[in-house]
Ligand binder design. Structure first.
Ligand SMILES: *Cc1c(COP(=O)(O)O)cnc(C)c1O
Length: 384
């Protein structure tokens, strides 16, 4: 059996090696390292893939979130609602811009932000909602967009984990994740579903005016050379990263399918296990696609319900099966983001999930022998 890895970036590289190496060698010859034709071509290709009017590449996913908020003109003191159960980058940029983060609980089956909790948290100061499409599937965007419309709020999608996921709105419109809200942000960190070989990110929007503002913000607030109209940042994508992304983008749907196949094999093996809850895919595409494309499994995350999650992590690690706990501490309990406004009883689901979740190896190169071995080991241990 091949050595099991949490993510396998080398397997993918071997398939695109020639194309990537040639493209990088050309960039070295032309010395157009930042922005330039390669980045522009990638931008156009991603706009087509996501069916959004504007993609603005930037330096990483955290910047993408920050720039989206700057572009919307959010001001210190504005409240921004996001999920308690996510990677810290989301809340970090809210706090960094001196906006007020308002964390709310998530659903136990999809791990995504709880819409009733959002509604309860809305005040006259609320300006935006940041749903995180956690682990590879969209939050309940129908309900979130309706709520945003009712209360006149912006929706910024954190799509760092769900690029390539589809979303079928209740009115029948088919969206790609990240293209549903007023603005979307993603990351091309190497281990993400569409990863480059360094840092990278992008912002998406269908709003021409917002796209114009953001193009200036990413480049020191310049719309005309050496005229700085707004306070901006320096956040750009390297041509070398764009070349890697251009090689991978045409393969992204295939990568997503490989991940879904691995997830299906996992879930089938865990069927009927009384101490294991498998992740739920919300198949809002029912009857539209043959095989659900609503989940791209950035992570395959189980809940271990008999109190043995931590012991299982140790057992798997000891047996050379890597695994991860995403996320072990709720954001409302992190020192940097703790706030008097939060009460433990407002986060029953997140508080439980942090003790139960475990993410198994998930990438495009997993084979059935490896999956069988992993599931046998997990099942054997939790039933001991
Ligand atoms: C990875 C990630 C980010 C940040 O992306 P970087 O490119 O690492 O800055 C933001 N939000 C979520 C949910 C992520 O998973």
């Amino acid at each position: 059996m091949k050595k099991i890895q949490m993510v396998d970036l080398n397997g993918q590289y071997q398939e695109i090696k020639e194309q990537v190496n040639t493209a990088i060698a050309e960039i070295l010859e032309t010395s157009a390292f930042i922005n330039g034709p390669e980045v522009h071509a990638f931008q156009k290709e991603l706009e087509d893939y996501l069916n959004v009017k504007h993609v603005i590449p930037c330096a990483n996913g955290t910047d993408a979130l920050q720039i989206a908020m700057m572009g919307l003109g959010l001001k210190p003191g504005d409240e921004v609602i996001t999920a308690d159960f996510t990677f810290a980058a989301t809340v970090e940029v809210i706090a960094l811009l001196q906006l007020t983060p308002v964390l709310v609980d998530v659903y136990p089956d999809t791990f995504n932000i709880n819409v009733e909790a959002i509604e309860k948290a809305i005040t006259p100061k609320t300006k935006a909602i940041v749903p995180v499409h956690l682990f590879g599937q969209c939050a309940n965007m129908d309900a979130i967009m309706a709520l945003a419309k009712k209360h006149n709020l912006y929706v910024i999608e954190d799509n760092a984990q769900a690029i390539g996921a589809k979303y079928y709105a209740s009115d029948g419109t088919k969206y790609m994740a990240g293209g549903i809200g007023h603005v979307g942000a993603t990351s091309f960190f190497p281990s993400k579903n569409l990863g480059c070989y360094g840092d990278g990110g992008a912002i998406f929007t269908n709003d021409d005016d917002l796209a114009h503002i953001i193009r200036g913000v990413v480049n020191h607030g310049m719309y005309e050379r050496y005229h700085h109209d707004v306070v901006g940042v320096n956040s750009r994508l390297d041509a070398i990263q764009a070349a890697v992304l251009r090689a991978k983008l045409p393969r992204l749907n295939g990568y997503c399918e490989s991940r879904r196949n691995a997830a299906r094999a996992y879930s089938k093996a865990f069927e009927g296990q009384k101490h294991i809850i498998t992740p739920k895919t919300v198949t809002h595409c029912e009857g539209i696609c043959d095989i659900c494309e609503c989940h791209v499994f950035h992570q395959y995350t189980l809940r271990i319900t008999n109190g043995r999650r931590d012991a299982l992590v140790q057992y798997l690690n000891k047996n050379n099966i890597p695994c991860g706990v995403y996320y072990p501490i709720p954001l409302h309990r992190q020192k940097a983001y703790a706030d008097e406004r939060y009460k433990e009883e407002d986060f029953p689901v997140t508080n439980q999930l942090v003790t139960e979740v475990i993410s198994l190896p998930m990438h495009t190169e997993l084979d059935s022998e490896q999956i069988n071995h992993i599931t046998d080991m997990v099942i054997g241990f939790v039933n001991e």
